[in-house]
Design a binder for this molecule. Structure first.
Ligand code: ZN
Length: 438
């Protein structure tokens, strides 16, 4: 009876939020206040899949849910990315009946890596996809070893759950539990390197025996094909392997089957292989996967191009995360012609974290001699300029401008195609686009 009443309140608030445009966390927050055990009252007809990791969890969970829906299944997911307990409570309780039954074939949940352990106390999870662990918002999360412990604690609460892990990422792969772990991996690509070119490398020693870790190649940061110099810890034979990665034509083979995807980045090649691993494991056919992923629009808007006074402007949304910004820099360096980078950083101000130390984990020194100018903008323009100076970027290459309305003039003093790398928490980069399109 109590469940039905609180669930009704939660459903009404969710509906009101949809109409009035409120947040997706609030209904769950209120429901949890009224009835802290509410999630324990839920029952699931179908399989529950949780997706976590430092990078890619929103795209990958939405991709999995999209493919399942396109294959004709009923799916419940937290597609807007509210991935903590309150957001997940909102999503599940609003989808459940007043008796607490979630009538979906699949429930696909994006789960914050530090909060899985609380969510897993309340609901039974069948599959847990851990995409990767990298240094990310350290002021909030702690380093990857701290996050690893929190995920391991979550796993300990689900004795029957199957793990799906990244065989190219040695930190999270150490979560392996024999006999209930499946692996995905990607072979060497045209963008792989012999040495790590990213700003951070979080796994130079083996997490099992603490001897030196060796890498045959790197995809990015510490992801690649690895083996310990002392014990037998290393990239295993993957259950789902991406090969013949063709970034230009957005194609690859997964376990030998040709797939065309709507992405051309290393991150999203990995996300696609991970999504295939989950879908195949729960019974989606390769044909259904292929046709589902082809129509996925979730990644749209992360990159767009337009013209500014005869120059091409490429907008690239990048997470406030060193690995993500490093990937964007790699992309820019691959492009031909003269280039100017507009680096927009407004930092992680939500949740009160104002730390800019993550900028020191980005390999900005790679820009030296490769770009005409770097324009720093956003409310952390000066912090960003100092970081770039520390990376050895000469002062005559650097321009900083806090005032968005003056960015246009600043760009007029530069040359070449413009690449806007927007590490923005609020979507404020939209204002720059407005100014440039005026
Ligand atoms: Zn070892």
């Amino acid at each position: 009876m109590k469940y039905a009443f609180v669930a009704l309140v939660c459903k009404m608030l969710t509906l009101a939020g949809k109409i009035l445009g409120g947040g997706t966390d609030l209904p769950g927050k209120i429901a949890l206040k009224m009835y802290p055990q509410i999630m324990k009252k839920l029952s699931f007809k179908g399989k529950v899949i949780a997706v976590t990791g430092s990078n890619g969890k929103t795209t990958t969970s939405n991709l999995i849910a999209h493919i399942m829906r396109e294959s004709g299944y009923k799916v419940v997911n937290n597609e807007l990315g509210s991935n903590m307990k309150s957001g997940i409570t909102s999503a599940l309780v609003s989808a459940a009946s007043l008796s607490g039954k979630v009538k979906a074939d699949y429930v696909v949940l994006e789960v914050d890596e530090c909060y899985s352990r609380f969510i897993f106390e309340d609901i039974k999870v069948d599959y847990y996809l851990v995409l990767n662990l990298l240094r990310d918002q350290v002021a909030r999360n702690g380093n990857p070893d701290v996050v690893f412990e929190k995920i391991a604690e979550a796993i300990s609460k689900q004795p029957d759950m199957t793990l799906i892990l990244n065989a190219n990422e040695p930190i999270s792969m150490n979560l392996t539990i024999p006999d209930r772990t499946l692996y995905f991996a990607m072979e060497r690509t045209s963008r792989s390197t012999d040495e790590c070119v990213s700003g951070t490398h979080d796994c130079k020693i083996c997490p099992r025996c603490f001897h030196e870790m060796k890498y045959d190649f790197y995809h990015y940061n510490h992801l690649g094909q690895f083996h310990c110099s002392n014990c037998d810890y290393g990239t295993p034979k993957a259950d789902f392997l991406g090969t013949q990665i063709d970034f230009d034509n957005k194609k690859l083979l997964i376990n030998g089957e040709a797939v065309t995807i709507p992405f051309d980045t290393t991150f999203n090649m990995f996300n696609s292989i991970a999504a295939c691993a989950v879908c195949s494991t729960v019974g989606i056919t390769m044909e259904q996967f292929r046709s589902g992923i082809a129509g996925f629009k979730g990644a749209k808007g992360r990159r767009e191009s337009f013209s500014f006074e005869g120059r091409t402007v490429n907008l690239m949304l990048t997470k406030q995360n060193a690995a993500s910004l490093d990937q964007s820099i790699s992309f820019v360096l691959e492009q031909e012609g003269d280039k100017t980078i507009l680096l927009f950083v407004n930092n992680v101000i939500y949740l009160d974290y104002k730390d800019v130390s993550w900028l020191y984990d980005v390999a900005f020194q790679r820009l030296n001699g490769k770009v005409k100018n770097v324009v720093c903008s956003g409310n952390r323009a000066l912090d960003t300029a100092i970081r770039l100076k520390a990376a050895g970027i000469p002062e005559d290459v650097l321009i900083y401008e806090n005032d968005i309305t003056k960015v246009k003039d600043a760009l007029r003093r530069t040359e070449g195609d413009i690449y806007i790398l927007a590490a923005s928490a609020f979507g404020d980069e939209g204002k720059i686009i407005e100014e440039l399109k005026k």
